[in-house]
Design a binder for this molecule. Structure first.
Ligand code: BES
Ligand code: MN
Ligand code: ZN
Length: 532
């Protein structure tokens, strides 16, 4: 490459600095174990699960009809449930969740959840009911819970899927983030849940409970990493988390440092992190579960900007704290890896996280700077706040070496995606229709939906630069699309999809916190691939 372009390499004086000022481990008061999530597993109960249960969760339907599980002699030991449903018909109304204390000898308390019309039950309603039941169970501080809502199957669902959805929702409901508090108030403890089943459904319910539990565990990790502040969750912290996961699950791990990335020519990625005292990292985690170890791997790439100030194109101050969530793509691919490793799925999965902190400083990239990417294509950085694509493009070139079956990148990439799709759907882009459909279906099944967006050739026009092979921004129209088009220029060697999760990765306002999305979508996608 020409001499002026190679000035994108960090100057010598700054190159040595980062390693010294980095924080290898968080300060002790913030000691946090990655994945220190739920402990108890959700299990399928045997034929008589109610014995010893503190709380039983049962459904009621339109007109106060009690569910089959509620009518069981070993559950409704004192006739309390059937009597209550006879006298109070509203117990079956959708959205109701009532606690009945049992003065008798059996179950200590019942949580009765209204599901309205049995025939019209949807997965969303089942999730809502499970989550309401979990809140009730939490307030009761139950130790052992018999849970039967998973036996109420929505149309198009089966025992395994219903159990997975319920188990995931139950475990998810017990998430809380207390890593940065002086823990005087105790977080709610996940009770042991037994999901109702019969002899003939036990296998399916057990399988579903297991996968729902594992997905929730993955989501917990994703939420924890997202919620941690930028001064703790640095690129190095993500790398340490990956190393800890590698140890726990016997995964392959490699962390590429500044020097290694420089030798690979990743000057686009390096340009983003160069003004930060936290050195950038490229993290690679490998899970080899396929029967044939040589099977082409699924590769997930997650944007890991641990804080996005915008750089010299500085962001406005309001709500800038939320840019600690700019590594939620990274957190979600690590969370998916956790779920897959927990489930020991027969598949090969590689997770790659390009990670950096986007800061302004004297040595920061300036608007107009030109860098060479690992692919050799040059980029004119017209806006230093469009940094996600700058770190992703080098990671996307790097993963070519794995000869992937498919690559999905996940990124809190554009505010424009929030304008287009709000906080409901993630934006999905793909160069392959079959892969796009697979991901859309996985999202629907997992209640973690995405909406496909276009990649027409015409949009690429907006990325033309007068001075380099491309610009890093495409102007105001279709901002989420042009960001995806930028990535498309680096993904010609394989089947690729991109999820823009800017609107779905976290909640703002009073309930501020990471959502754990799109772990359910990704886990469902990988689960289906593992089934073959
Ligand atoms: N991380 C942001 C995108 C973002 C903004 C996600 C707000 C969620 C909420 C990304 O790095 C960014 O700053 N994108 C710019 C791109 C623009 C400069 C072309 C944006 O969306 O404004
Ligand atoms: Mn930005
Ligand atoms: Zn960003």
């Amino acid at each position: 490459m020409t001499a002026n372009v190679s000035t994108s390499k960090p100057r010598k004086t700054t190159a040595a600095k980062p390693a010294k000022t980095s924080t290898p481990t968080p300060p002790p008061m913030f000691a946090f174990k990655a994945g220190s999530g739920p402990v108890a597993k959700v299990q399928a109960g045997g034929p008589v699960p109610a014995k010893g249960c503190d709380v039983a969760v049962v459904a009621a339907f339109k007109g106060g009809e009690l569910s089959a599980a509620g009518k069981r002699a070993d559950i409704d030991t004192d006739g309390l449930l059937s009597n209550a449903c006879k006298t109070d018909k509203t117990l079956g109304n959708a959205g109701t969740c009532r606690v009945l204390f049992n003065p008798g000898k059996g179950v200590a308390a019942y949580v009765v959840v209204g599901l309205d019309d049995k025939e019209k039950l949807t997965p969303k309603a089942l999730r809502k009911a499970s989550s309401a039941a979990a809140e009730a169970v939490k307030s009761l501080k139950a130790g052992k819970v018999f849970f039967s809502l998973n036996q109420e199957l929505p149309a198009d669902s089966n025992d395994e899927e219903a159990a997975a959805l319920c188990a995931r929702t139950l475990v998810e409901s017990f998430y809380s983030f207390s890593a940065c508090r002086k823990q005087d108030d105790e977080p709610a403890v996940l009770p042991s849940f037994e999901l109702a089943c019969t002899k003939s459904t036990q296998n399916a319910v057990e399988k579903g409970a297991n996968s729902g539990w594992a997905i929730a565990c993955g989501m917990h990790l994703t939420k924890d990493l997202g919620n941690l502040p930028g001064n703790i969750c640095t690129p190095n912290y993500l790398a340490e988390t990956a190393k800890a996961m590698a140890k726990q699950y016997k995964l392959g791990v490699e962390v590429l440092d500044h020097k290694k990335m420089e030798s690979l020519g990743m000057f686009s990625l390096l340009s983003v992190g160069k003004a930060s005292s936290e050195p950038p990292k490229l993290i690679v985690l490998k899970y080899n579960g396929a029967k044939n170890p040589k099977d082409a791997p699924v590769v997930l790439v997650g944007k890991g900007i641990t804080f996005d100030t915008g750089g010299i194109s500085l962001k406005p101050g309001a709500n800038m704290d939320e840019m600690k969530y700019d590594m939620c793509g990274a957190a979600s691919v690590l969370g998916t890896m956790k779920a897959v490793a927990e489930l020991k799925l027969p598949i090969n999965l590689i997770v790659v996280v390009p990670s950096a902190e986007n800061m302004p400083a004297g040595n920061a990239s300036k608007p107009g700077d030109i860098v060479v990417s690992m692919s050799g294509q040059t980029i004119e950085i017209l806006n230093t706040d469009a940094e996600g694509r700058l770190i992703l493009c080098d990671a996307l070139t790097y993963v070519e070496r794995f000869k992937p079956a498919a690559v999905v990148d996940v990124a809190t990439l554009t505010g424009a995606c929030i304008v287009a799709l709000g906080h409901v759907n993630s934006g999905l882009y793909s160069n392959k229709d079959e892969l796009a459909d697979e991901l859309l279906q996985a999202g629907k099944k997992a209640l973690d939906t995405a909406w496909r967006m276009p990649l027409d050739e015409e949009y690429h026009e907006q990325l033309k630069s007068n001075f380099a092979d491309m610009a890093n921004i495409g102007g105001p129209p279709a901002g989420s699309v042009t960001a995806a088009c930028f990535l498309q220029k680096y993904t010609k060697a394989y089947d690729w999809a991109h999820l823009d999760i800017a609107g779905t990765a976290w909640h703002s306002g009073k309930a501020k916190g990471a959502s754990g999305r799109p772990v359910p979508l990704l886990a469902e996608f990988v689960l289906n691939r593992a089934k073959g």
